[in-house]
Design a protein around this ligand. Structure first.
Ligand code: TYC
Length: 114
């Protein structure tokens, strides 16, 4: 196949008998993986404490915090947010430390997003 960039006839199948394809050399851009931060239900942590946690560490409004807390309470868990590995780790540590200091069994974990 000829390699004349100006020729309109130069297509992957240009009738010259070969079956070459045009391949791009640009590599696929890699994105860093993201992590879901999950809040887990338990029977003992007060609802209002969970709302405060969500407002304080996830920067969401009071009504959004109530909504997420109630989802966790009813369904067992909910995704609170999606972050880079470092930010997700920090959020989990902040929540776990705050809960421990207040002697509540609240659990927060992270999971790689597929
Ligand atoms: N289930 C708790 C209660 O009835 C409230 C609760 C909600 C606890 C969300 C944890 O992540 C949680 N007091």
């Amino acid at each position: 196949m000829r390699l004349d960039p100006h020729s309109m006839a130069e297509t992957p199948e240009d009738g010259d008998g070969d079956t070459s394809v045009v391949t791009r050399t640009r590599p696929k851009t890699q994105r860093p993986p993201l992590y879901k931060v999950l809040l887990l239900n338990d029977d003992y942590t007060p609802m209002e404490f969970v709302v405060v946690v969500l407002e304080r560490f996830f920067g969401i409004t009071h009504s959004q915090a109530v909504e997420i807390m109630l989802t966790v309470h009813k369904k067992g868990l909910a995704v609170v947010g999606v972050f880079s590995h470092e930010i997700a780790e920090t959020k989990v540590a902040q929540v776990m430390d705050f809960a421990r200091r207040h002697q509540h069994p609240l659990q927060c974990t992270m999971e790689k997003e597929e």
